[in-house]
Design a protein. Sequence first.
Length: 304
Amino acid sequence: MADVTYIAAQSRPTQGALLMATAVLLFACMDVTTKHMALAYAVPLIVFMRYAGNFFLLLAIFGPGKGKSLFATQRTGLVLLRAACLACSSLFAALAFQRMPVAETIAILFVAPFGVMLLAGPLLGEKACPLQWAAACLGFAGVLMVARPGSGLDPVGVMFALMAAGGGIVYNTLSRTLARSETTESMLVWTAFVGMIAFGAALPWSLPAQMPSTLDLLAFAALGILSTAGHFMFTQACRLAPASVIAPVNYLQLVWSGLLGFAVFGHVPDHLGLTGMGLIALGGMSAAIWPMIAPRPALRAGVC
């Protein structure tokens, strides 16, 4: 069981922001791998392999020491809802990756962290100062430039990306809420278990006609490893910093995705898209740097 007193007393926004920046780099690697695999395999199979690898890796790491307590929860209903939201978001995001470049897809998904900042005040009681709001709005303006009308994106892919973003808003908000009562390990293992069961049910209709190559099997395994490491860092970041601090740092994922999308697929966004990515990076970095220089009384009060 999580030590709620420790979580409340040990707020470390700088470390939380840095953990989130690393987590979104791993997520970008996972997204590029997902798109690559979606060109040859059914999406439910890809997502199942990710969750199955995630689940068994978590069992191998934490199972020997924790045993049955690894599955212990305080608010089981919310834990399962969080896991279901991520499973839905993962499915819709993978379907979007099939139809659109990685960077543009991630840009639309960044409706989610902006939504988290909107919900952090009324639902979590967390205050964001004007400078943090300005940084978030700057990043969101960059998102609009990348995913602007007339950009040539597949409408169905845009719809899937928006549905994934909706699931991400609920997942991210619940992650912060549950960090006060649940252990990191239990939230991770339940998320992986729910995803594995949900997409495992679709395997009879998703299995490939031929055995995947050794390289593809390694790519499937990488999905589980990247997911485990990324979500562990993400959950730890939620423990160390308020949502108003870590949510804007999510914008860095678009930078990583753009670079990796170019390296793997040769995709280069247009000039307006690149300008938007620059604004997103500036907004995210501004929100991450502010906790490093602001006095703690100002952070607690939500003023600059």
